[in-house]
Design a protein around this ligand. Structure first.
Ligand code: C2E
Ligand code: MG
Ligand code: MG
Length: 343
């Protein structure tokens, strides 16, 4: 593990690299760099939280001259203030339309067709550039802004996707990630149904993704909402399956339609080194899904080898950079047409 002093030395070294111009296509490019550092104890289990703290440190470094380094300090009152600032910024981002959604195709591995798309939110930050959700969703969850972000994603994704549907060859579904706080809101179900009705998308084309740890935290509440929306045709997917130490006994009582196998398992497949353990785990997940009449989606597929292995093991669906990176809404219909033509 790196000590904070060593990390600072590393930061200084990295910043040195930006003193000289970079040469690209015969052009000399001068790039500015600033660094945000976050420290964590070895026992800290959430890399997302550490990353979002580093993003906060970076957001304050952005106010300093190029070459500045800032370290996040949770005990620092200023850090708390920055958190409020970033929350405020996130609210402004919603108002000013700095958030946008990208769509990642989900492929039917057997039929080799596009089954659906997962909506993934991004923040086009005026100073920091493109921020991935891992950098701001954990903070938004802590502060409660997540319900506004979640509502915005639901409305926007449903509207965009139903517009795309007119030119889609096929009945692809739309998957949307839902946060714990959002699901716990009393009016969550009403809002989903209301946004659905406004968009005109059929209920059975909406898939909501929950992570397993989220469901276990408020099991009874989650189960009620899941059952009730499912009666209306909305489907449920358990995201990042296999990473949250889920209690399988709980899981078996939930009405889910899909299990998403986390990319950590997929990464280990097709890697010639030691594939016995991940293979056994993948098989276990597939049989849990099968006993629920649920389908399995493998996340983070990056190689043809992984596709072959997953097909061999009987995994139904998959997504990952091997097929396509997340894309803007205007590219979705074209992607489906091209994919089907090539298949
Ligand atoms: P997730 O739902 O598990 O989404 C999959 C993440 O894996 C996405 O990252 C996607 O870009 C990435 N990914 C997919 N295929 C590959 C691959 O082949 N290789 C690699 N290295 N990565 C791949 P992204 O977009 O950064 O999203 C991260 C997480 O942020 C999501 O994980 C989800 O938990 C959360 N998130 C995204 N959008 C929303 C949202 O609208 N609401 C909520 N509550 N959370 C969201
Ligand atoms: Mg997801
Ligand atoms: Mg996932």
């Amino acid at each position: 593990a790196l000590q904070i002093r060593e990390t600072r030395a590393l930061a200084t070294f990295l910043l040195e690299c930006f003193k000289d111009p970079f040469v690209m296509l015969n052009q000399r490019l001068h790039l500015d760099a600033r660094i945000g550092i976050a420290a964590a104890k070895a026992t800290e289990r959430s890399p997302d939280k550490i990353l979002s703290r580093a993003a906060l440190a970076l957001s304050s470094a952005m106010k300093d001259p190029p070459g500045s380094v800032r370290t996040f300090d949770a005990h620092d009152a200023a850090a708390a203030q920055e958190k409020v600032l970033l929350d405020g910024e996130l609210r402004d981002a919603l108002d000013e339309d700095h958030l946008f959604i990208q769509y990642m195709p989900i492929i039917d591995l057997t039929a080799n067709t596009v089954s659906g798309f997962e909506a993934l939110v991004r923040w086009d930050h005026p100073e920091m550039g493109l921020l991935t959700p891992a950098l701001f969703i954990p903070m938004a969850e802590e502060s409660g802004v997540i319900t506004d972000v979640g509502d915005w994603v639901l409305t926007r994704a449903l509207r965009e996707f139903s517009q795309i549907c007119a030119s889609l060859p096929g009945e692809q579904y739309l998957a949307i990630n839902i946060s714990a706080e959002h699901l716990r809101r009393k009016d969550f179900e009403d809002r989903v149904l209301q946004h659905l009705a406004q968009s005109g998308l059929a209920e059975n084309r909406l898939m909501l993704e929950l992570t397993e740890s989220l469901v276990i935290d408020d099991f009874a509440g989650s189960k009620t909402v899941m059952e009730s929306l499912r009666q209306r045709g909305v489907r449920w997917s358990i995201d990042d399956f296999g990473t949250g130490f889920s209690a399988l006994a709980y899981l078996s009582e939930l009405p889910f339609d899909e299990l998403k196998l986390d990319k950590r398992f997929v990464r280990a497949l097709g890697d010639s080194s030691e594939i016995a353990i991940p293979q056994t785990l993948v098989k276990a997940v597939l049989s849990i899904a099968a006993s629920h009449q649920a389908r399995t989606v493998a996340e983070g597929i990056e190689t043809a080898q992984q596709v072959e292995k997953l097909k061999e093991l009987g995994c139904d669906l998959g997504q990952g950079y091997f097929f396509a990176a997340p894309m803007g809404h205007s590219d979705v219909a074209d992607y489906v047409r091209r994919f089907n033509a090539d298949a």
